[in-house]
Design a binder for this molecule. Structure first.
Ligand SMILES: Nc1ncnc2c1ncn2[C@@H]1O[C@H](COP(=O)(O)OP(=O)(O)OP(=O)(O)O)[C@@H](O)[C@H]1O
Ligand SMILES: [Mg+2]
Length: 414
């Protein structure tokens, strides 16, 4: 249960502003855990009681994430007798007021907005919403006095939300947009220990955005947290290993890679061995040939006592459908389609490096080269998108598949 009494100064400044003095677009942005959501919830409850008549909306990336991030706390705060929620239809009645819950990335949600007149909206993680959804939303907030209340963590400074709203001097000056910038210190409910803990959980780009709360570019080398001197290991430096997995990136003209990954007894993420074959530099191989090579690769891996090992799973590029079928037919056990969330996977690897929990065996020469040359795409960045350049990423993709697909294991070590 949220104790609304211990708000920080910034939250109070926002909450003490009467609804009538709020802007048309009100954005709380900044660091993670800085109390943006809790503050916005208090404002939203006020708004529900004072909004102009008409339909209210609450939006998140999906209904599920909105439930986890916001509705759970909202329901807990108002108590069971004051709301009724139908998750399937997204219909919420709270204090007798009708609110429609929609996910911006759910099928048909942008269409849902068309033609509607909306009297107010709460948007969680608004930077993750497509621009067309956001524009449609603004168009629909057409009732006199209708307002948008949104929260977000920082993203690229070229992101439309930043360049066209949060940082647009005209819109700020005219009072159309009001922005409240939150940092960890704005949440008085966090203990000093927790603040120290959360600061350690992020590295590089994610530290700047999620901890410092800055809208900074994803530019240059992606894995600038990787330190060749301390993270490259040889046989003599290996601990015992407790779990093994293999990551596979499949390409016909591009390289195909198999990467043996492991969790050490020291609870670090190790990349122990690599297979790399590029159909561009040498002969192309068929799925059947690659399948044989993968089976051979898996069967030939040894632990530090030179005894055979058995990887728990083999995480494969989910788009390599024909190759996956081939592997099933050839009877390889443990084949699993990897979770291919590129940016989240990169974040996980970066955070492992930042926490000094990432190691690469010196024999993985392609990976070592790729780690130092994998860069953000500056053209995509100018469009507000964080995307790596899709070159020299084959070993990285394979270890990302393992790392991100096993992320629940690593959550404690980043
Ligand atoms: N006034 C308060 N009273 C009690 N708990 C609070 C208060 N403000 C914040 N908290 C707690 O601090 C934590 C972080 O707050 P909140 O979820 O609002 O942060 P956030 O800025 O939305 O973070 P994120 O960017 O991660 O979504 C939550 O566990 C929340 O319950
Ligand atoms: Mg939040």
């Amino acid at each position: 249960m949220i104790n609304f009494e211990v708000f920080g100064k910034k939250s109070r400044e926002f909450l003490n502003t009467p609804i009538s003095k709020d802007a048309r677009i009100n954005i709380l942005e900044g660091s993670v855990r800085s109390s943006k959501t809790v503050t916005m919830l208090a404002k939203w409850l006020d708004y529900i009681g004072n909004a102009p008549p008409g339909l209210l909306l609450m939006t998140g990336v999906s209904k599920e994430t909105l439930y986890d991030n916001v509705l759970f706390d909202l329901f807990d705060t108002v108590g069971a007798s004051h709301y009724k929620y139908n998750h399937n239809s997204g219909e919420l009645i709270i204090f007798g007021r009708r609110i429609k819950i929609i996910g911006a990335k759910d099928e048909g949600s942008e269409k849902y907005l068309r033609g509607k007149t909306i009297a107010g909206c709460y948007s969680d993680e608004i930077s993750l919403m497509p621009k067309n959804f956001f524009m449609q939303l603004l168009n629909r907030l057409s009732v006199e006095g209708a307002k948008l209340y949104a929260t977000t963590n920082p993203d690229s400074p070229y992101h439309y939300l930043y360049s066209e709203y949060i940082n647009d001097p005209e819109k700020l000056k005219s009072g159309m947009v009001k922005v409240y910038h939150f940092i960890l210190e704005d949440n008085p409910s966090l203990s000093h220990e927790y603040v120290e803990f959360i600061k350690k959980a992020y590295s590089g780009l994610w530290y700047k955005r999620n901890i410092l709360g800055l809208w900074v570019m994803a530019e240059g080398i992606i894995f600038d947290q990787f330190n060749d001197d301390t993270m490259k290991v040889n046989d003599a430096m290996l601990p015992e290993f407790v779990r093994y997995w293999v990551g596979v990136d499949y390409g016909t003209s591009n390289a195909t890679t198999f990467m043996l990954c492991a969790m050490g007894a020291d609870r670090k993420f190790y990349v122990l061995n690599e297979y790399y074959h590029s159909g561009r530099d040498s002969l192309q191989k068929s799925p059947a040939q690659y399948s044989k090579e993968l089976i051979k690769f898996v069967a030939s891996q040894k632990n530090v006592h030179l005894l055979p090992i058995k990887p728990e799973r083999i995480y494969i590029d989910p788009s390599a459908e024909s190759f996956i079928v081939q592997l099933y037919e050839d009877g390889l056990k443990g084949v699993t389609q990897a979770d291919n969330a590129v940016k989240n996977g990169i974040e996980l690897l970066t955070n492992l490096m930042g926490a000094n929990n990432f190691r690469v065996h010196e024999r993985c020469t392609h990976l070592l080269t790729e780690l130092s040359s994998y860069i953000w795409d500056s053209k995509a960045q100018k469009l507000g998108e964080d995307k790596p350049i899709k070159e020299n990423d084959h070993t990285i993709d394979a270890i990302r598949y393992v790392g991100y697909s096993t992320r629940s294991i690593w959550a404690r070590y980043i």
